[in-house]
Structures are given as structure tokens and as C-alpha cells.
Design a protein around this ligand. Sequence first.
Ligand SMILES: NC(=O)C1=CN([C@@H]2O[C@H](COP(=O)(O)OP(=O)(O)OC[C@H]3O[C@@H](n4cnc5c(N)ncnc54)[C@H](OP(=O)(O)O)[C@@H]3O)[C@@H](O)[C@H]2O)C=CC1
Ligand SMILES: CC(=O)N[C@@H](CCC(=O)OP(=O)(O)O)C(=O)O
Length: 348
Amino acid sequence: MSTKKYRVGIVGASGYTGSELARILIHHPQSDLVAITSESHRGKRFSDLHQQFSGILDTTLIGSDELDIQNLDVLFLALPHGVSMEFVKRWMNSGVKLIDLSGDFRLSSPTVYEEWYKKDHTFPEGFETAVYGMPELHAEAIRKARLVANPGCYPTASILSLAPVFHSGVAVDPNGAIVDAKSGTTGAGVKASNTTHFSNVNDNFKAYGIGNHRHTVEIQEQLSFLVKKSVNLQFTPHLLPVDRGILATSYIQLTGGMTQQKLNALYRDFYHDQPFVRIRKEAPAIKEVRGSNFADLFPFWDSRTNRAIIVAAIDNLVKGAAGQAVHNMNLMLGLDESMGLLQVPLQP
Ligand SMILES: NC(=O)C1=CN([C@@H]2O[C@H](COP(=O)(O)OP(=O)(O)OC[C@H]3O[C@@H](n4cnc5c(N)ncnc54)[C@H](OP(=O)(O)O)[C@@H]3O)[C@@H](O)[C@H]2O)C=CC1
Ligand SMILES: CC(=O)N[C@@H](CCC(=O)OP(=O)(O)O)C(=O)O
């Protein structure tokens, strides 16, 4: 078995997913983290910015204009949407494998993007090449991809929850599904804002983006792709007073004839060869996946209302972002898909 080291770079080092990528990649046996960029902190050391890396990763940050792109095998873009597309445009034909953590290339077309993100797309050509990076659904395409659009954190929890039932065709009305999701504040990025201000988050809990959050269309499109017809669903996010974690509870109306045993079998069969989806016997808690790449699912059949209720827990920064991105890298490089990603969750 080859033990070749692949040369890897991260753009956007000062952000949360940039730091989480570094945390995973430094222990990845076949990655060599050779370049980390920061526009706002170039010249500083990575560990000056993220002090938990002191003595572990003291690499000097460079500007993205200083990157020796020809010298890299893989480049992660951990940038805000709207910013990332310019970098994809610049490096699309450089030969480097690009993994974009933003939402810039996740949707089916620039038109859908502009409708939901309320901004112009400056690199529409990228949509022809981009592959939606959810390994549980698109592993074959990801293996051949030059540009992977890494999924959003809420869509990761939501799509994994709904896919087995939608794929089996037992939902009464695929348009009637409801996803009620809650996220920790790191989902909003490193920049302080009124929303993430301590006094507004601590001892508090609120819904936002009701009826119009951009992740609604991302979830709908992936499920539509799976069932080969248009899907409309209800998605409501909430902000939790915790650092990390997403807990999503999904409701799908079924006809009778379902049992708890059959529902469990549906989920176990759909994910039987997936290393990071764990089908649980009880509802998972966010601390049971914290710091790990696992997505824990609990399918529950409510015979009283004929509803399947699926509770999902992920770490938004790992399975919802950096971990899933490294999983995509493994597939793109033809490596064991779980390489460097089998950390045990940090509990308590
Ligand atoms: N946080 C999460 O849970 C998840 C995030 N994502 C997506 O991943 C991407 C990165 O997220 P995250 O790490 O949380 O974001 P952050 O806001 O924490 O970090 C983004 C970084 O991008 C760099 N940057 C470069 N140009 C700009 C610019 N014009 N404006 C602002 N920042 C800029 C900055 O780093 P520097 O100055 O060092 O270059 C900044 O720290 C986003 O697209 C996000 O939507 C996806 C799933 C989950
Ligand atoms: C808690 C929180 O604010 N979460 C973010 C989504 C997280 C994310 O990064 O999603 P994208 O990659 O699709 O932008 C939000 O609701 O906007």
C-alpha cells in the first residue's frame, strides 16, 4: 500500500473551519500541510491566531497571492460564500484538486444560487464541474472530481436524516417533510456579530431564517435528485447557546404498514457501508458526536400519527464542514475514505 504524502493547503486560516481542517490534517497519515493562507493575518504564525496549536503548528501564514499552486495536490477553501467563487475561478484549471467549504457551488445553477443567496455569481462555469460533496450519496462522482462543493452543516444533518425514507418511496407526500434544526454558534463563523454576542446567545434560544433560509433549497435539491422529482419541504433553523453541534429533528408522514423494525432496517441498509453514519437505538445528543466525524441517526416510528421521526446529531465543524471535506479529499486521492477521521467524540 502506498504511503505517499500529498501536499495540502488551506485558504482562510483565521476562520473556524480553517482551524478545524488543520486540527484534522496534522494527524492525517498521508497529508502534508504545506501552506496556510490568511489575508488578514499574513506574516503571523498559525499558532498565534489559534493558540491551541502552540508548539504543534507554528507555520507562518502567507497571503493567497503567495501560494505556489503548482506545488499542491489539494487545496481547501475555507472562505465565506461570495468570496470563494473568485478563488475557484483563479485556480480551477491549475490542476490542483479544490474542495470549497462555502455554498458557492452547491446548488444546481447560478440562477438558483442568485435567487437564494441574493447576490450575483461571478463564476457560473464552475457549476458544470462542481460535484456535491456528500460521500454517502455521491462517492463515485467525488472520486473523479476536480472541484467539490462541500455540503452545508444543516443540509448534512437534514439530508442524511431524510434520504433513506425518500429513496425507499414510502413517504406519503415528499413535499410534507419538516426539518426542525438547532445549531451551536460556531456555525455563524468567527466574526463577532449581534446574533452571536454572548448576552444574546447565553441563556437564550431562538428560531431564525423561517421559510427562507438558503439551506432549504440545498436540502430540497439533493432530495429531488434522489427521488427524481421536485421536492419542497419546511426547514427551520434555531440558534443554541452552545459552541458546536447540530441537532435536527425531522418529521415525515408515511402510510401505515411501517414498523419500528422495518424503519430501522431501512436506515441500516441504506448506510450499511458508510463509516461515519451510526444508527442509534436512542436519540443522540450533540455531545455524543462532538469533535468527531460521526453523524448519529435515531429513526423512530410513531404508529399513532403514522410519522417517521428522525433525530440526527453532528458536529457542525467536523461532519458538517472540515471532517466531511477531508473525507472528500480521501475519496479524490483514492485513499481509504476514513483515513485520519476516526476520532472518538469528546464526551463529556
Ligand atoms: N462554521 C460552520 O459550522 C460551517 C461553515 N461552512 C462554510 O465554510 C466557510 C468557512 O466558514 P467559517 O470557517 O465558519 O467562516 P469564518 O467566518 O470563521 O472564516 C472565514 C475566513 O475567510 C477569510 N476571508 C477571506 N476573505 C474574506 C472576506 N472578504 N470576508 C471575510 N472573510 C474572508 C478570513 O480569514 P483570513 O483573513 O485569515 O483569510 C475568515 O476568517 C463558509 O463559507 C461557511 O459558510 C460550512 C459548513 C459549516
Ligand atoms: C448558526 C448559523 O448561523 N449557521 C449558519 C449556517 C452555517 C453555514 O456555515 O452554512 P453555509 O456554509 O451554507 O453558509 C447560518 O444559519 O447561516
